[in-house]
Design a protein around this ligand. Structure first.
Ligand code: SAM
Ligand code: SF4
Length: 318
């Protein structure tokens, strides 16, 4: 459906949990007050919300978190969403730790594509960034996915102080494995030491140009807002997602559902609408009209600055 500004809203990101087995320096999942388990959306509740959303024009679903693969039997949810008529794609954003065990079953259940967050290819730095993560295990998981779904793997790398010295490694790694590579501007979310790790997007753009001539590529590689450069000497495209430096609110197509069932029309929304409560008390018609209104009234843009953002990614669903 279209919102009041005429934007086509066809994409929902659903956080399946606010918990995570990593505690990345830029996300601070570990410092978040946990949502009690009984307040989380059940798979049946998520299925119903997605059904209603699909009737309103949502076609693309992304499962995220926290770490979505921590959610037991996630395959059952994927199967349920797969059966919803108007849903065209189901994606997953994960830190990749459990992919070694889960890759086969989640794709068998109907997953279409996967985004793996990977911020260093150096074991020591990876451990430092994730506060204990095991790079080797994530790479093994990626190998497994590459056998099952070789052309649908995106690597998301947050732009931090670790990236400049590893930029060429990342380009070669993506080229060798045929991964789609995207660099994401660091957002100053709650609980992180922003100043210690922040590196401007422009530094990465300059470094890319030092490595090779680059050209902006038109066309889209997914439903996201990345700007893609072709890095000529390496022979790959690299996406840059800069939500703060280059706002893309005018083209925004998404809403977010948190793991406790609150619908946020924008990352900027201080308060969302509690859908889980409605599921308990309301009928399907009310649910439909509340979701419709929330989407229709989506804010014109976020007002984040480089100074601070008062939300946490793993709570809202990054
Ligand atoms: N645990 C999963 C993962 O890491 O992919 C899914 C949840 S995570 C919150 C989703 C995405 O948000 C990841 O790609 C992560 O890199 C990104 N993210 C987290 N904190 C961020 C921040 N402060 N700025 C920009 N991106 C961030
Ligand atoms: Fe966990 Fe993902 Fe946040 Fe890292 S970015 S702490 S993996 S939720």
């Amino acid at each position: 459906m279209k919102d009041r500004l005429g934007r086509e809203i066809d994409y929902v990101r659903i956080s399946l949990t606010d918990r995570c087995n990593f505690n990345c320096v830029y996300c601070a999942a570990g410092s978040v007050l946990r949502i009690p388990k009984e307040m989380m959306m059940s798979f049946e509740e998520i299925e119903l919300v997605v059904k209603v959303m699909s009737e309103l024009g949502i076609k693309h679903v992304r499962l995220t978190g926290g770490e979505p693969l921590l959610r037991k039997d996630i395959e059952m949810l994927i199967e349920k969403i797969r059966k919803i008529d108007r849903i065209e794609t189901i994606g997953l954003t994960t830190n990749g730790y459990y992919l070694e065990e889960k890759a086969e079953s989640i794709f068998k259940a109907g997953l279409d594509s996967i985004n793996v967050s990977l911020d260093s290819l150096d074991e020591k730095s990876f451990y430092e960034i994730t506060k204990g993560g095991d790079l080797k295990k994530v790479l093994k998981g990626l190998d497994k996915v590459a056998i099952i779904k070789p052309d649908k793997i995106k690597i998301n790398t947050v732009i931090t102080k670790y990236l400049p010295q590893e930029l060429l490694c990342f380009l070669n790694f993506a080229k060798k494995n045929n991964f789609i590579l995207r660099f994401i501007e660091l957002m100053p979310v709650e609980g992180i030491n922003f100043k210690d790790i922040y590196v401007p997007v422009s530094i990465i753009e300059e470094k890319l140009k030092d490595i090779s001539p680059v050209e902006l590529v038109s066309g889209k590689f997914g439903s996201g807002p990345a700007k893609y450069y072709r890095v000529k000497n390496i022979g790959i495209e690299v996406g840059i997602i800069a939500a703060i430096s280059h706002r893309f609110c005018a083209e925004c197509n998404r809403v977010r559902l948190s793991s406790n069932g609150v619908l946020f029309p924008c990352l900027n929304s201080a308060v969302g609408v509690n859908i889980k409560d409605l599921l308990k008390n309301g009928d399907r018609e009310t649910l439909n009209s509340v979701i419709k209104e929330t989407i229709y009234d989506k804010p014109i843009s976020h007002n984040f600055t480089k100074e601070s953002i008062h939300f946490n990614m793993c709570k809202l669903g990054g």
